[in-house]
Design a protein around this ligand. Structure first.
Ligand SMILES: Nc1ncnc2c1ncn2[C@@H]1O[C@H](COP(=O)(O)OP(=O)(O)OP(=O)(O)O)[C@@H](O)[C@H]1O
Ligand SMILES: [Mg+2]
Length: 507
């Protein structure tokens, strides 16, 4: 909503504040475009009248559970409403039929238990307090009553709580469409247990989130005619490969590396592992342990979850052999060879890691060595083999490690899908999308560009559905309404994806 300009002396307003974002106060003087405000924190500030927003002095002290009921739907009004509710441990608020969830960073009592699930089952949206279960319930009812497939989009910046919210959505959908008491592993149990497996291999501690998803995920739950879950498919997108070889304080590599280094001693011996800080791929960052993550327990929990999703003991051994091999690969150093642009394995320690990586990957160690220190070039005359210097060999080593890790991840996803099983006869689906949120670091790479661009696309989809289409309909039907201003990010998208015809070409 555009700022209201009829600010007068005595108006209650919100002004921008560098610490609190917005602060409320009362206008005591106006000269020209400047309003002088005495804030409730006792400060006096001066701001341009066009930058200040009116405050609703009659807003309920506990806030409103649907933001559309606010008198002023401007940024400070929305934030204040959310803050008032959050202070009372109320983390969910509606804006029409959209749910806003705020990360509580603690388990709130009775918020997501079975009794609460029972309560929301079949209730109309808005009849009960705002809740993520209500959103899942609406999508399920719509699917059942109108035969319409639905998708639930969970978006927000890194650490906002998307993955936790996604898990709650899936738990509730499993509760509605589950086949309790059938014995054995059900589809929904397998879908739920796939989370810890995917998180072990695709999540890591970042600056913003100790359990940050480093991949995007779309879970498609398939339902049969009676509304029971009959199959599921997990699609993943764009695993952050660079993390495998490169981490910096205070971040960590993927969880599974640390879990494996804290495995029971027979596994440590089998994979010739040791202190995580002795591995180059882990010790570039000084962060090895994370408060609240018990790597040894998580290792066992991951193995357990793998059992649940139907990954056999033999397959699990193979998976962790690849994980260990990646660590050993990272410890292979190269030195200059006798000839120009050639390299050799640096020392006995590096040779040990090379041989161990070869053994774990069950490949010929000599071939592995050659793959790192030599390069094959295809020419019309045939394949020419050349040697490469230590720097290029290191790049090959990292490339190889990234490649096998990301293939392992894709294999895992396929394996989980094969185990859960698809229902080809299902014509009703509910999809839940959880991708990684907006990111901005000190140094941003191509991966951040892809992540942020994807989020901008989703924001545009949201804008299209929530603002543009809705408002166009109002105009078409000549409904009397006041235009809601929103930041349209189309320009940002055009800059990156629009095909340009002109004199400027980008290569
Ligand atoms: N509903 C919740 N209840 C309790 N704790 C929560 C909840 N949501 C989030 N958290 C806490 O916040 C942390 C971060 O949440 P989550 O991993 O879901 O963020 P995200 O939005 O998926 O971030 P990213 O984009 O980095 O993957 C969780 O590990 C958990 O500690
Ligand atoms: Mg996440």
């Amino acid at each position: 909503q555009a700022p209201v300009l009829n600010i007068v002396i005595g108006s209650h307003v919100w002004v921008a504040d560098k610490d609190l974002t917005w602060i409320d106060g009362e206008v005591f003087k106006i000269d020209g475009q400047n309003a002088h405000v005495c804030t409730t924190k006792g400060k006096t500030v001066t701001a341009n009248v066009s930058d200040i927003h009116p405050k609703d002095t009659e807003a309920p002290p506990d806030g409103v559970d649907d933001m559309t009921r606010l008198s002023y739907l401007h940024e400070p009004g929305v934030l204040d409403n959310l803050a008032v509710r959050y202070a009372k441990n109320i983390i969910y608020t509606y804006t029409g039929n959209i749910l806003i969830a705020i990360n509580p960073f603690q388990r709130l009592p009775n918020l997501v238990d079975v009794q609460t699930m029972e309560k929301y089952k079949g209730a109309n949206l808005g009849d009960l307090d705002p809740h993520v279960f209500a959103i899942a319930d609406v999508s399920y009812r719509q699917m059942m009553n109108e035969g319409k497939s639905n998708s639930i989009l969970v978006s927000g910046e890194s650490g906002a709580g998307k993955t936790e919210t996604t898990k709650l959505l899936m738990r509730y959908l499993a509760f509605l469409g589950g086949r309790s008491g059938t014995g054995g592993r059900t589809v929904e149990q397998q879908v739920l247990e796939s989370n810890p497996v995917l998180e072990a291999f695709g999540n890591a501690k970042t600056v913003r989130n100790n359990n940050s998803s480093r991949f995007g995920k779309f879970v498609e739950l398939q339902f049969d005619k009676s509304g029971k879950i009959s199959g599921a498919a997990i699609r993943t997108y764009l695993l952050e490969r660079s993390r495998v070889c490169q981490t910096s304080s205070p971040e960590r590599n993927y969880h599974c590396f640390y879990f494996l280094c804290s495995a029971p001693s027979e596994d440590i011996k089998k994979y010739k592992l040791g202190d995580p800080s002795s591995f180059h791929y882990l010790n570039q960052s000084s962060c090895i342990r994370v408060d609240g993550i018990n790597d040894a327990e998580e290792y066992l929990a991951t193995r357990n979850a793998m059992d649940m999703v139907g990954i056999t003991e033999e397959e699990q051994e193979a998976i962790f052999r690849v994980v260990a091999a990646v660590l050993h690969l990272g410890n292979i150093s190269f030195a200059k060879g006798t000839e120009a642009d050639s390299s050799v394995i640096k020392d006995a320690k590096s040779r040990f890691h090379l041989n161990t990586a070869g053994e774990l990957l069950m490949c010929d160690c000599e071939k592995l060595e050659n793959a790192l220190i030599k390069r094959e070039i295809n020419t019309p005359e045939g394949v020419i083999t050349t040697t490469v210097g230590p720097n290029s060999a290191t790049v090959s080593r990292d490339g190889f490690a990234k490649q096998i890790y990301s293939r392992l991840f894709d294999w895992l996803v396929n394996r989980i899908n094969a185990s859960i099983g698809q229902d080809p006869s299902s014509d009703k689906l509910i999809g839940v999308l959880d991708i990684y949120g907006f990111e901005s670091f000190k140094t941003n790479s191509f991966e951040q560009l892809c992540i942020n661009f994807t989020n901008e696309k989703l924001q545009q989809h949201f804008n299209q559905n929530v603002f543009k289409m809705e408002q166009e309909e109002y105009t078409r039907e000549q409904i009397n309404w006041s235009y809601i201003e929103f930041v349209d990010n189309q320009d940002v998208l055009d800059l990156i994806e629009k095909v340009r015809v002109g004199r400027c070409y980008m290569h």
